[in-house]
Ligand binder design. Structure first.
Ligand SMILES: O=P(O)(O)OC[C@H]1O[C@@H](O)[C@H](O)[C@@H](O)[C@@H]1O
Length: 298
């Protein structure tokens, strides 16, 4: 199947392909190889030259378009986590929408920039009655830079929560350190009655883990020791981080994650969730940006 985008964006190093019903954008430039899907506007792979993939995608991910591809960087919007209203999907609906490719360009720096967009339609209005437009700018260079721009097209102000739900490929999540979450407000989602507490220590991942860190704006470092690398997450306009790994029991409830695959990834998500929600006045825009870099262990 030929993509309608191939002629529109005839750019060296960018190929539009399909896997089953899912449209893929494959990038190969001087810095890295990457794969993006228009389903949910998710980056599925980012492999700087000579390095292992930054991102994890499940071997049992579904590519028939019936649900988001498990892994990569799903976009959770306009709400993070369970919906307030019964019957609506967790993590919002844009991760299940097919986004448009607005731009695909080669930059003078040698990096590649892809701009994806989606907007409100009848289906979204039925779930969340607010006109919006959402853009995701993806830059594939030495680092992976994602910028999510939310625009409120309605006449009223709206509240949103959001997250870039990144699945990092790590050599061994058990006992892995995640630095930079100290001093934030920790909410343990697996202990529903536990009060929020200030996170005093460096986070050590011992799956299962499902934790929200509120009022957390600084740089986060994932110490992927067995890969001899650290993953640096620099954020702008993000007041929350979320750490998730289902561990050996909860994973069994996921049809699109193998029982052993929890040992291959850690989700460290950047956004604005729960009490860190964003109020967007009428016609206003809000920009959330993250930069992911791989560095050798210090
Ligand atoms: O299966 P989903 O909807 O993609 O969610 C996966 C996980 O996403 C995390 O962000 C949540 O904190 C978890 O509670 C959730 O289980």
């Amino acid at each position: 199947m030929t993509s309608r985008y191939q002629e529109q964006f005839s750019v060296e190093g960018i190929k539009f392909t399909h896997r089953e019903k899912v449209e893929l954008i494959e990038i190969d430039n001087a810095f890295a190889k990457a794969t993006i899907t228009t389903l949910g506007g998710s980056v599925l792979s980012f492999m700087p030259k000579g390095q292992k993939d930054l991102l994890w995608v499940s071997d049992t991910a579904v590519y028939d378009g019936s649900k988001p591809v498990r892994g990569g960087v799903p976009v959770c919007w306009p709400w993070f986590g369970a919906a307030k209203q019964a019957g609506l999907p967790a993590h919002g609906f844009v991760r299940s929408m097919v986004w448009n490719v607005e731009k695909a360009v080669h930059l003078d720096t040698g990096a590649t920039r892809v701009l994806l967009a989606c907007e409100s339609d009848e289906n979204t209005m039925a779930q969340w009655p607010h006109p919006f437009s959402l853009k995701l700018c993806i830059e594939i260079g030495e680092s992976l830079i994602l910028t999510l721009i939310s625009a409120n097209l309605s006449d009223e102000s709206i509240d949103i929560t959001e997250a870039l739900h990144t699945y990092f490929a790590v050599a061994n999540p058990v006992g892995m350190q995640i630095k930079g979450l100290e001093k934030s407000t920790h909410l343990d989602k697996l202990a529903s009655d536990a009060p929020a507490e200030i996170q005093n220590e460096i986070v050590v991942l011992n799956p299962p883990k499902d934790s929200v860190y509120l009022n957390q704006t600084g740089t986060v470092a994932i110490i992927d020791a067995d890969n001899n690398r650290q993953i640096i997450i620099e954020k702008r306009n993000s007041q929350s981080s979320v750490v998730w790994n289902p561990g050996p029991e909860i994973v069994k409830g996921f049809a699109d994650i193998d029982d052993q695959a929890w040992l291959e990834f850690a989700c460290v998500e950047s956004g604005n969730v729960l009490d860190n929600f964003i109020t967007l006045p009428s016609k206003a825009e809000h920009m959330l940006s993250v930069q992911y870099s791989i560095e050798p262990l210090a």
